[in-house]
Write a protein that binds this ligand. Sequence first.
Ligand code: SF4
Length: 143
Amino acid sequence: MTTTLEQQDAKQRTRLDWQREAACGNINAHAADQIFFVSRGRPSKTPAYRKFCDACPVKQECFFHAIVHHEKGVWGGATSDERALIPEDFVEYHQDRARREGWFEEGKMSKERQLTAVAQKRALDSIVENLDSFLASILPSDE
Ligand code: SF4
């Protein structure tokens, strides 16, 4: 994929919108598993997913969805191993963009990020709890 940052900034639709146009949309689950999860077996110079992804009208949106959400398997014509080579700051840039544009799927956050979010919520809850007890200690009681 040879796109510039400006081209990549073209507004992306949500997955529910672009996935309807996917070239792989009518493949049954078993065949999709064989074609788009290529870690098993010997690597091929002409893997079966190329036939679908190379002609897919939503290849770019599929690719950016996958890097932003750390998907597994082939998305946008790239394998998980290929996407793992993408620098983290590039991924974070597009995650911020996804949040701004409304196509970030919170439920798909990585486990590590989910744990960070939980830790942040606990810290906030603790601050609020302590704030309540502090306020209770300085405000006059009803008695
Ligand atoms: S780029 Fe490939 S994996 Fe993505 S929707 Fe198109 S055919 Fe499916």
